[in-house]
Design a protein around this ligand. Sequence first.
Ligand SMILES: [Zn+2]
Length: 435
Amino acid sequence: MLRTKLQSIANAFRDIVTLAYRRVDLQADIDRSSAELERLAQYSDVPAPAVKRVLFTEPDLAARKYLIGLFSNAGLKVRQDAVGNIFARWEGADSSLPPVATGSHTDAIPYSGKYDGTVGVLGGLEAIRALRKAGVKPRRSIELIMFTSEEPTRFAYGCLGSRLLSGQLKPERAAQLKDEQGETLEAARISAGCAGSLADVQLKQGAYSQFVELHIEQGPLLEQAGIPIGAVTAISAPAALRVRYQGPGGHAGGVYMADRHDPLLAASQLALEVEAAAKELGGQETVGTVGVLDVHPRAVNSIPRDVLLEIDVRDMDGPRRDRVLDRIRQSADRFGAERRVSATVEEINADPPVTCDERIIGAIEQAAAEARHKCQRMISRAYHDTTFMSLIAPVSMIFIPCRNGVSHHPDEYASPEAIKAGVEVLAGTLAKLAE
Ligand SMILES: [Zn+2]
């Protein structure tokens, strides 16, 4: 009796010792990370607390310099590719193995906040520092990536860096993308000092063993549930269409209603049709938005002549998303024909949904449990560089809550505690994947 009792105490003691040995104590220095986030936010074209950092503008170039300095000071090996993706590597014990990668973006749309993307870059850096401090010696190298232009602000094309890295965007097409001033990406990247050819940006399938991105949720679910960590299981499939209607215009007083061919009215019908198509053909995860509606010449006494819409459609189910897109395309042509205005429909992008890797999700959940943070599985309705990294490596994402789910807004806020939890779970996840 006593012997079995002693034996079970001994077993429990052994389990505790093993657990304590296996569980590395990962401590993120949140004061340092917060200070770095504040400093990064100062590289901006608009007054604080708003942030605007557009690809290869002064603030973006200054921010890049600052980040490269931080990466080098942390002892990481830094390189930059021809489109300005920045890679900072912590060499593992076996350099013949493909590294584990993490990272995000630091560009910011006009009048946005401090945390979108930046948490995944500076948080990734802090995760590597925490692993080092804890004495972790990874077998695989760990690479931190700062992706170029996740936001479509300058070249109307989101995730430029990760699209080129994964081969999703062809270098010839990328080179010819133009900004509003007519400057090409090729010219802009060269004047920003990015050496080499865009053709060399693409990485091979299997260049990384896994990729995991830390990001603010940009939605309210984690905050509402009081859960600090989200393990992302899937990313919604994004698509965008650009529709242009053109008519003869005319004086608002001079042309009878019966004689008009008003492109804005066709556009208005189409905006309602986007809503109807998403609701009638889709499910709860199907969303359709007209986010751009430009009217030319935009004068109160003039019938519009030229109207441009940009339409965003997303779904977790790729084929279902495509059925919604098809109906919008067909309706766009029909409304144009009915009103006898010319209609052109152009697909900006139509990317597939992402299914995240079960092994990475498991590692996130385990790392969260070890750091004593609750974790829930969730999907991402916003797309990220992870969407394109999934073309060359297994992926997942770690979400942390942001206040009221607000993002792309100066009020965007993630608390230091939330970021600390995210960094520690990222560190734990990277340690497991690099083992
Ligand atoms: Zn982002």
